[in-house]
Write a protein that binds this ligand. Sequence first.
Ligand code: FFO
Ligand code: ATP
Length: 183
Amino acid sequence: MLKATLRATYLTKLKELTASQKQRIQLDLYDQLFKSEHWQKADVIGLTIAQAYEWDTWPIIEEAWQHNKKVAVPKCYHETKTMIFHIIGGREDLKHQYYDLLEPIVERTVAVSPEEIDLLLVPGIVFDHQHYRIGHGGGYYDRFLKRFTQTTLSLVWSGQVIDQIPIDSYDLPVQYLIRNRLL
Ligand SMILES: Nc1nc2c(c(=O)[nH]1)N(C=O)[C@@H](CNc1ccc(C(=O)N[C@@H](CCC(=O)O)C(=O)O)cc1)CN2
Ligand SMILES: Nc1ncnc2c1ncn2[C@@H]1O[C@H](COP(=O)(O)OP(=O)(O)OP(=O)(O)O)[C@@H](O)[C@H]1O
């Protein structure tokens, strides 16, 4: 199946999860994440502010802050399809800038280089067993991952995993997947 077809099919699947199904999956994923060594040893976590059909990232952000970890969120530059992560200290550091995405306000926050992010949580719509992913199609993470040498991890529901994604030369897999245990 083509990437675009897979993206559309699985986006629909994610949007069709009921609130309670989604909550069960999320609690399981958060639990595994917070118990993982990757999380425990990371001081700076890179993640996005989730859209409605993505796994909510606010509980992750709150947990990070409670444990004195720093949270870095990307600002997109659509001309170059690149991202720069900024450390946010609260919701007031975010505003809607690019599409519907909440992004850091540049004047209020400090940018970090990729080397300063210990653990990058990579969003995605479909994944395969080799950890390749399909995102929203901007190629933002493909470009970012090319120069990212730290740990990458995605939170994945079993309904989002397929045998094989058709990969292109620029696609890069994530290092670790945390998959839900309960169905
Ligand atoms: N919550 C969240 N934030 C995120 C991402 C994400 O997946 N989730 N991203 C993950 O990468 C980046 C933003 N990715 C985006 C990817 C595509 C388009 C977009 O509008 N695409 C066009 C068509 C593609 C194109 O222009 O080439 C469209 O849908 O019309 C927007 C944002 C950074 N922030
Ligand atoms: N390293 C790169 N250099 C140049 N172009 C790239 C690179 N990576 C991806 N692209 C371009 O970005 C486009 C989108 O790639 P792809 O469909 O794999 O995005 P995606 O992984 O679904 O999206 P995202 O990474 O934003 O979540 C491709 O058409 C490709 O031409």
